[in-house]
Design a protein around this ligand. Sequence first.
Ligand code: PFF
Length: 454
Amino acid sequence: MTQKKNSRDRAVFATRFGAIATTVGSAVGLGNIWRFPYEAGIHGGGAFLICYMAFVFLIGIPVICAEFCMGRQTRSNIFGAYRKLRPGSPWYLAGYIGILASILILSFYSVVAGWTVEYCLTSAFGQLDFTDTATGHRQFMEMTTGWRPVVWTVVFLLCNFIILIGGVTKGIERASNILMPLLFLLLVSFCINSFTMPGFYEGLSFLFSPDFSKITPSVLLGALGQAFFSLSIGLGCMMTYASYFNNNSRLGKTAMTTALLDSMVAVLAGIIIFPAVFSFGLSPEAGPTLVFEVLPYIFSQLPAGVIWSTLFFLLLFLASLTSTVSMSEISITYFCEEKKMSRQRATIVSSLLGLAGGLVCALSFGPLSHVTICGQTFFSLFDYLSSNICLPLGGMICCVFVGWFVDKKIIRDQFTDRGKYRFPLLGVLVFCLKWICPIAIFVIFLNSIGLLHL
Ligand code: PFF
């Protein structure tokens, strides 16, 4: 992150491109390639996609803008941002939701990222067996149950820690500037390959032809949670990154670009996964294991499948790292700026919290699989609580705060760089923040707990 120091000795991104690349790096990750297909799979495909897209554009983009505005105006962590804009008020308490969500997400995210490390290495050593669906399933179960996932979760968290503590964030940013376009190209090639699959039409119609009768309260809440998770919003991640933007980064454009690229990657992942699901006679409702069980078959159909699969899991691992680095930054800046810890100490504390949660989640596929709370294992509970509760709640508070309590001049100045650029959508943005976003999130919450029937 330390590319250049500003006058108050806080790091800033040196270029506009750097700001966009790191923001997209945070947004694009397992959320698009692993979580989107499985959420779409269990929530009816097309119906889910429509709701998800609507939420990205109607709620997601305004929330990114609100976080950007708060972050760059105050150049602070989430607590400091609320406090500087409304001194003496209790708004800063929203920061706790962000910290909690970031630790919960880091915990289960590292488990899945650990699977990618194991798949990558297994594939590189030619040990990934693609023979048939039963073998694939058995292989996945072997990798994810027992104590093995603990090892890979720790390995992944260690990589995350080394990047954060070594201050090589700059290195990972540079690498991701090259590797993320490569991941995109790889996804496009797999997408083209999907056209040749026998289940291509069935897969595509599952994803693109919505059956509106399938839109239930849980589909709406799932799609809202997915939009927030995928865009890294509602927990102060975009706020923290924006606190490092330089003054001429264009906030509106950066928000749009992030949302567009992020949704494109999710849709590409859907086009890759669902035709394969139907071609191999699998069920789209498999849940979190879906992508890891399906991908090996896709690779088995390709010439030099081992190379493709190793490269793919390697890139997915790097995409996960750019995301975990960004979510760790939320608690690190909090510990540094609010608790006055050194950056090194803050990184250790935040990594240990992630490790504790990560271990519990890793074991919830094996030795702790019988421990459930409200019928959910730790892994799925952490996912549900963070994505479907904390993020929309944090996002709603942020919208109300910026829409109603932040001086309009501050918002205008942030989006026009003090009048240097035009930002014709300012009125629409403020209207969405004041009314559309909070009301929509509130109604979806009420609806999902059964207090309101849509
Ligand atoms: N947006 C990331 C993904 O889709 O993989 C996940 C994520 C990153 C969530 C950073 C939250 C966050 F703060």
